[in-house]
Design a protein around this ligand. Structure first.
Ligand SMILES: [Fe+2]
Length: 244
């Protein structure tokens, strides 16, 4: 059997299996699958034959959206919105930009980037009425997790390897506040939707990407000298759409 068929059959079997799992067991399965996808994409499985790697990657990438179900079926790439978001005013963006700069000295290193969590303005804007209305209309009910992180990739070599986020960031609104670069080579955000070409995003200041961060593997490639990136990330937990 070709690896794509095998992957699809495996994904179907995992989806069937998940209907018998408790919510906690399903979370564990999701976590295992996302770790597996991230591992293969990061090149940590080079000792395994290529065909087997492809099958494993295909099975994990196809399984995650099946396990999450619900609104995600409308968005096969995991992307809900890309561009200048109607739910953020110029005033919101200016306030976030200001707070992001103010929070930089207190940001802590997390893996290969810097994070400042739960600043007051970011938290407040993450639960604003326009955002709640947009999400409700486009993806159905979501629970704000009050997770609002300022992210900084402002030294050479910072980035984040392919991964899938956990429940607090099931749905992620990622907004670029500033991307400065002194050379044409630039860090980019890459999404790896199952069975499709990778999607490369070069967000400009003020632009947002709304996507299902728990079902689509994503990464930020490494910054180069002279590059400074500041983002704000709002996390939401999607409700309904599980197998219960
Ligand atoms: Fe992420």
């Amino acid at each position: 059997m070709a690896s794509a068929e095998e992957a699809s059959a495996l994904a179907q079997r995992l989806s069937q299996l998940s209907t018998d799992l408790t919510a906690a067991e399903r979370e564990n399965l999701k976590f295992l699958l996302s770790m597996a996808a991230g591992g293969v994409l990061s090149g940590h499985a080079q000792q395994i034959p290529e065909e087997m790697r492809e099958t494993a990657l295909g099975a994990t990438q196809h399984s995650l959206p099946k396990l999450l179900a619900g609104a995600r079926e409308k968005f096969p790439t995991g992307v809900v919105f890309y561009g200048r978001a109607p739910f953020l005013s110029d005033g919101d963006l200016a306030a976030l930009d200001h707070e992001s700069r103010a929070c930089r000295p207190g940001a802590e290193r997390f893996l290969d980037h810097y994070v400042s969590s739960s600043a007051a303005m970011a938290r407040e804007i993450s639960i604003s009425q326009p955002i709640r209305a947009f999400l409700n209309e486009n993806v159905g009910p979501v629970a704000p997790t009050r997770r609002a992180n300022y992210l900084y990739y402002d030294e050479p070599g910072l980035g984040i390897d392919p991964h899938v986020d956990k429940d607090e960031f099931s749905l992620n609104i990622l907004t670029m506040l500033e991307h400065r670069a002194s050379s044409p080579q630039r860090s980019e955000l890459i999404l790896h939707p199952p069975g499709q070409e990778a999607m490369h995003f070069h967000l400009r200041a003020g632009e947002s990407l709304v996507f299902f961060a728990d079902s689509v593997t994503h990464q930020r490639t490494r910054t180069v000298a002279g590059e400074e990136i500041r983002l704000v990330s709002f996390g939401y937990r999607t409700l309904g759409g599980t197998h219960e």
